[in-house]
Ligand binder design. Sequence first.
Ligand code: TRP
Length: 449
Amino acid sequence: MHHSHNRATLGGKLSAVLVAAGSSVGLGNIWRFPYVAGDNGGGAFLVIYILCVLLLGLPLMLAEFSVGRATHRNAVGAYRALDKRWSFLGYNGVLAAFLILGFYFVVSGWTAEYMVHSVTGSLAKYTTAQEYQSIFENFIQNPWRPVLYTLLFVLATHFVIALGVQKGIERSAKVLMPLLFVILIALAIHSLLMPGGGEGFRFFFQPDFSKVTPSTLLVALGQAFFSLSIGIGTMVTYASYFKPETNLRHTALNVTILDTLVAILAGVVIFPAVFSVGIEPTSGPSLVFITLPSIFNGMPLSMVWSSVFFLLLVVAALTSTISLHEVITAYCHEEWHMSRRAAAWTTTAATALLGIMASLSVGILNGWKLFGLNLFDLLDYLTANIMLPVGGLFTCLFVGWKLDQQVLKDQITNHGALKFRIYRTFIFLLRYLCPIVMLLVFLDNLGVF
Ligand code: TRP
């Protein structure tokens, strides 16, 4: 049994926002959001996405924070402590964190390679989008280089984790987040001014609801949860380290706003450029890796811009991989009674193996398919479109219906010290709106209507 006084806590209010935002803001915003939005019609997707974030994501994040800080335990331990029968929710989380890391480390490795190529100047040697497309494809299909970068990233994550919760996570989250924001704004302005950029702007901001299908809804829901890092106990784990005086609803609100702004900004950077250089918005996971170098190309001091940008992307990815790694490490440490060191190494070894497989699955092992998807795509699809929404649904049901309402109230109001005027609305969302919407989206996708 681990007592709360043995556990590290994070610093002040700022730190809680920073570490949670560090987890949320990542490749989900800059790599996944644009490719998924491009794949699902642009403007209409954006509207649905924002609704999912505000109506489902925000209450859910607050719910996860409450569970974590009420119990001071890892995802499995937290649900078990509150009600044994609900520990499956924690297991779904630990497993999902593992599967997400499998492909997330691979994409993180790609960004690390792009950073290196920006610094050495080799990325600036090409000019057309077609050239960028073929160098991207050549790179990810190479049998060893992407694997090497994936492993480098796994090790970087491991060492931050091994430094301990307080020092490692808090410090790395504090670094460079505001700079990412500034750079994105500069890139967005540049992209909007590219010839033909207006068309991309309209694609992203003019909703065409005739393009919406049942799967658009599910994908938007999954992307919202993925981007906010909710549904699988990451925020439970992080909140287990929060201090008693941390204001949970301010933290949730700030993180949600920040995360959504970064995603929208990424869209404003990517789509005008996509249309300007003539790439298909439906290009999938390669979209940003082709578009970004094309944007930098037209900028003065392109090498500097692209080096700094990819460095920031690497940092943003790292603060996210840390949070996923921590879910598994905290679980192994507390539930299997391993030392933190052994728990961290176990997580690192297991995710490294899965990462290598996923990396090879877009190259030499591309023929190995399940349900028509290679391992990389399968991990992405299974986690974002199934495990996160299912985890989110059951989290709502648990916190809305099962959890002692006094526990929830105490967490949100810090035992009465804070007011929470919209408590009733919050409970209504958790109890009725969120579960019903999620169920309808699932049934819709199964073709029930
Ligand atoms: N939210 C992160 C991103 O957008 C990725 C991430 C971290 C995540 N922890 C998570 C996704 C937990 C789902 C669940 O890049």
